[in-house]
Design a protein around this ligand. Structure first.
Ligand SMILES: C=CC1=C(C)c2cc3[nH]c(cc4nc(cc5[nH]c(cc1n2)c(C)c5CCC(=O)O)C(CCC(=O)O)=C4C)c(C)c3C=C
Ligand SMILES: [Fe+2]
Ligand SMILES: [Fe+2]
Length: 345
């Protein structure tokens, strides 16, 4: 819930207010609460009503969204979520791994007594709940960590927007820092490079190519100045250097196109489906733009794109897992947050 006025009741301020206690808030994209039509519809409605994500006029977009998109898409997406759902924990992988990252990071900061909360830009747990958790722990300084290595207004900025939107309702605001994108941070690149090496070492024959697939973005957003494309290129350049690879052996592609407009190219699906006829029949795919596996990596790449590759004559398709809640992921987050907390610890 969002209050549009300054509440008159006292907010939880905790005992340690004014003592300068920092807390960390991990921010990820979001995910539905279950795979049913209603939950997926609610999630997609919130996500696709965000004007950072769909920049066009809401007068034109909302009827399309509330009409055809939210009639058709929730059923289709719900089935995809069902295929990847963590049935044991009854939640999406994105949420489980984000919690795992928060717990892992919390353990690293145990001696510093820095609480770590986590929240979703869309759906639950909300950003408001995450901030409240830190305020209840007595934090008066919050480091917000959008979990996107490459900056985009559609992800990084809207996560921060949502944080500030909640702060607008507080009489006593905590101090805020936001972690910048980290497209070629050496710890992050090192972790990606190791995950490629580890996957390749486990195969009988090494892949002929490692495709680096990032979530796409409308070309128009980049033309208007979103630095996302430049950040993706920085990541891939650094990863190629770390692995001694080049454009031919580690190409950059973009997945998850949505709607009829032109998105960043080349598109992952046709690019990969076209490889077998060029005699590239054993590939691995890495998705460095995602800090956690999710519907886009596990289903779109791991199922759809893989099946099309095999149908086109491909022989071996290996999906390299995201960093998720591995020790190396926590190393990346710890290095980044310690650096950003300078002067606060
Ligand atoms: C115009 C639409 C979209 C833009 C712009 C966009 C940018 C963008 N998204 C991510 C990361 C993720 N997106 C995910 C899912 C997802 N994205 C869109 C649309 C846009 N994304 C849709 C409609 C969906 C839902 C998928 C579906 O229903 O089929 C996810 C996965 C969430 C999960 O729970 O698994 C992530 C992560 C980035 C990094 C990005 C901009 C660079
Ligand atoms: Fe806590
Ligand atoms: Fe997306």
């Amino acid at each position: 819930m969002v209050f549009h006025h300054i509440p008159s009741r006292k907010q939880p301020s905790g005992k340690a207010r004014h003592e300068g206690r920092p807390g960390i808030l991990l921010l990820n994209l979001g995910t539905p609460d279950d795979t049913g039509y209603r939950a997926v519809r609610r999630y997609l409605s919130e996500f696709l009503s965000d004007r950072r994500v769909i920049e066009g006029s809401p007068v034109l977009w909302q009827p399309i969204l509330q009409g055809v998109v939210l009639t058709v898409r929730p059923g289709k997406s719900g089935k995809a979520y069902e295929r990847i759902w963590d049935k044991e924990k009854n939640e999406s992988p994105l949420r489980g791994y984000t919690r795992g990252q928060a717990e892992g990071l919390h353990a690293r900061f145990a001696a510093d007594n820095v609480p770590v909360a986590w929240a979703m830009r869309y759906g639950t747990p909300s950003v408001e709940a995450g901030v409240r958790e830190l305020l209840e722990h007595g934090c008066d300084r919050i480091l917000a960590v959008p979990l996107y290595p490459q900056y985009s207004a559609t992800t990084t900025a809207t996560a921060n927007d949502q944080l500030f939107r909640f702060l607008m309702t507080l009489r006593n605001q905590p101090a805020i820092r936001t972690l910048p994108a980290f497209p070629d941070n050496p710890t992050y690149i090192g972790a990606l490079a190791n995950s490629v090496r580890k996957t390749v070492a486990a195969l009988d024959t090494p892949p002929q190519m490692v495709v680096a697939s990032f979530h796409g973005l409308p070309q128009e957003y980049v033309d208007k100045g979103d630095s996302y494309l430049a950040d993706c290129q920085r990541t891939v350049k650094a990863l190629r250097e770390a692995l001694g690879m080049d454009e031919a052996t580690l190409p950059l592609t973009f997945q998850s196109r949505f709607g009829p407009t032109k998105w960043l190219e080349p598109y992952t699906a046709p690019f990969i489906a076209g490889l077998p006829e060029k005699d590239v029949k054993r590939i691995a795919v890495i998705t460095p733009g995602f800090m956690t596996d999710c519907i886009e990596t596990l289903d779109e790449i791991g199922n759809e794109v893989c099946e099309d590759f095999i149908k086109a004559g491909g022989e071996e398709f290996t999906l390299i897992p995201c960093l998720n809640d591995s020790v190396e992921a926590i190393d990346v987050l710890e290095q980044l947050t310690r650096q950003e907390l300078a002067g606060w610890l």
